[in-house]
Design a protein around this ligand. Sequence first.
Ligand code: OXD
Ligand code: MN
Length: 621
Amino acid sequence: MKLEDLKHAGLKKWVQEAVALMTPDAVEVCDGTQAEYDRMIKITVEAGLATPLNPEKKPGCVLYRSDPSDVARVENRTFIASEKESDAGPTNHWTPPAELKKTMSALYKGSMKGRTMYVIPFSMGPVGSDIAKIGVQITDSAYVVANMHIMTRVGMKVLEVLGEDGIYVPCFHSVGKPLDTLTLDSREGKRSFKEIDNGKWPCAPMEKKYISHFPETREIWSYGSGYGGNALLGKKCLALRIASVLARDEGWLAEHMLILKLTNPQGEVKYVTGAFPSACGKTNLAMLIPTLPGWTVETVGDDIAWMKFGADGRLYAINPEAGFFGVAPGTNDESNYNAMRACEKNSIFTNCGLTEDGDIWWEMIGHGAPGKEIIDWKGNKRPAPQKDKSPKGEEIAHPNARFTAPAKQCPCIAKEWEDPKGVPISAFLFGGRRPKTVPLVNQAKDWEHGVFMGSIVGSEVTAAIISDQVGQVRRDPFAMLPFCGYHMGDYFKHWLTIGAAHDESKLPKIFFVNWFRKNSDDKFIWPGYGENSRVLAWIFDRCDGKGKSVDTPIGILPTADAIERPDGVSEADMAELLKVDVEGWKKEIADVRKNHYPKFGDKLPKELHAQLDAIEQRLNA
Ligand code: OXD
Ligand code: MN
């Protein structure tokens, strides 16, 4: 569709202004069709930016390689530009909006020269759902267009819902590499208008990357990166950072949570959501195959939940996304059979290895690679790995290599995953990788205690983010620290306000889970994966006030025999997993008091300090 044909005058003007600033060679409004998707893939293949995979191995799939500086979200280049610094809070990077817009406008000037500007109308959530929101992203990356097709609902239907004056979140995105200034082809000594970056996608250097959010005006400006979370602006930028601000203002919840449908052997259904920091196996949990006989677990969402109250006083959740942007390494038929099936066709792979027979490969995929050679994520030929693992730093696939797969291809997708009303939520789970202290599962005594649990979530840092803290435990309250578009102290307050304003008997019950306890030999005590269904079954029963439990100083724990033990977990292991580690918790409380809560200054709600005091008193009693 052409720009002139847009019916929404405000949208047309906004795009025209962007065209004047970024001076692309052409402008296209995306229609979301398969033909458009195929064309985007073709354009990138012809530009040398993508490799189609062997259709007998991975039909309809393609592999991209990024620049080594562009492999993950860039937290230190992510900005929340609210008018007042105190609204962004100390855990976000803040810059005055006018100053940031000035800096970025200078970067956007001419940034799309030699490229096409794509205008992507997209819906987060089923098109037309009361809970859904519309965004319009402009981008000069065909890779981004193709990914947005999978991750969101793109196209004409969205423009119809938007009408002539509907509200949308405007999103700017440019890879920051105009074609005519930066592509001097040294091999031929002349200017080239083609990509010549050795088959890697274009981007700007780190110090010029900006992932910016303007919460008051509901705008997103992203520059210099082509990587998922920085460039697919519907996901972390709109569905979490901007939506969290909308949710605060409008009395709902926009959370970094998976959504699960659980069915017990009697055929009763409950839906739960769960927040886990990045790289804690959230996608695996979202698609787990239960080992408990008679139980079914299905997926509604794997990363984000938007939840609003229904007329019956219950909280209903939708998955605003339409696809999975999952971490590839470590995913295999054992760890996540359903994700492997979801991405075996019509999917996009980023920064994986390429085998001799035209298939992808990554560390821990479950087998070695065929043939003699493999091409790694940097585009270099290497000996084909016979084993599943590579030495650290020498991986064939980047540790944060990804698959982008349509959710509807997932064998365990719940039939109601696109229900515009959403699904009623019975429980919230919080968790993280905690080798010590935190038990396998712990139910909050009440809403405020649950908010306290969410506020102290922590996990070991892994490769999903660029950080110098890899290996250390980082507290990530509600798994929202990198994704909250406002002050985290106000965010805690919002959760407390939700609790105070609604009938607690209808609110979801809150649980803290930890699949990652280790013994003194540094081995995991709990097998995890499908065996986590045993814990989900206890949670299910607790939502009905059933399930054997014991009240402890730290919360409501299962009794020693409440959760059937999986193979390999001894009685002593179970006791360890469910024990109240009084000394460990005293240290945990002291750490929260000294190192964690002070980060939020005087905006930390007093109710959370009261929770700390109460737990400490109970531990000392
Ligand atoms: C993600 C993340 O990619 O949380 O989902 O980092
Ligand atoms: Mn995530």
